[in-house]
Design a protein around this ligand. Structure first.
Ligand code: ITT
Length: 194
């Protein structure tokens, strides 16, 4: 089976993506290639951040790899936290603090529309490819559920009466931003073998 490096320091992302790529590719992590987990991500947009992380690994370790960047974009907050999703409440990258900040800013707001936006950047033989996935939904008034990670307890995907944190990993993967982007990545990689 072909090997590919997933350039992320976030174990929750690895867990979700491994389930999807199982049987297609053997996924290696940053520690497998001796790369530090805190990749540079200082770009102003999600696609550029995804590319920045993949380029860092490709240029320093000379391996085929993919990275991903995800943002929660809340309409009433002008697209925030967006590209700042990981560090919205500070450098600690603390999910509870991030959710508290969102809930506080959304207090009394009737427009609860939001979406998760994921971009995967793949670098294969030096060529760059982007794949995106979007999950539309709404921001709850309070947390619900304990599964998943990050903002999952406050995000209710459209068409569901529960949050991402109340779905199993397989259920979330079937409809999520990351699931959609990863399926495009798989289709692309599979098309190369035909
Ligand atoms: P990388 O090493 O891959 O950069 P990261 O945690 O820094 O890992 P991002 O820069 O993409 O990841 O930050 C996005 C943040 O948005 C992440 O830390 C989570 O808090 C949140 N997030 C990402 N995907 C999510 C999901 O599927 N559900 C809920 N929250 C998510």
């Amino acid at each position: 089976m072909s090997k590919i490096v997933f350039a992320t320091g976030n174990p929750n992302k690895i867990s979700e993506v491994n389930d999807l790529l199982a049987g297609h590719f053997e996924v290696l992590g940053l520690t497998d290639i001796g790369c530090p987990l805190d990749l540079p991500e200082t770009s102003p947009t999600i696609p550029e951040n995804a590319l920045q992380k993949a380029r860092y690994v490709y240029e320093n370790y000379s391996v085929d790899c993919f990275s991903e960047d995800t943002g929660l974009e809340i309409e009433a907050l002008g697209g925030e936290p967006g590209v700042f999703s990981a560090r919205y409440a500070g450098e600690g990258k603390n999910a509870e603090d991030n959710m508290n900040l969102v809930l506080r800013k959304m207090e009394g707001e009737t427009n609860r529309k939001a979406r998760f936006y994921t971009v995967i950047a793949l670098i294969l033989d030096g060529k760059e490819h982007l794949f995106e996935g979007i999950a539309e939904g709404t921001i709850r008034n309070e947390r619900s559920g304990t599964a998943g990670f990050g903002y999952d307890p406050i995000f209710q995907p459209d068409g569901f009466g529960v949050t991402f944190a109340e779905l199993t990993k397989a259920e979330k993967n079937a409809i999520s931003h990351r699931g959609k982007a990863v399926r495009k990545l798989i289709d692309f990689l599979a098309s190369l073998n035909n």
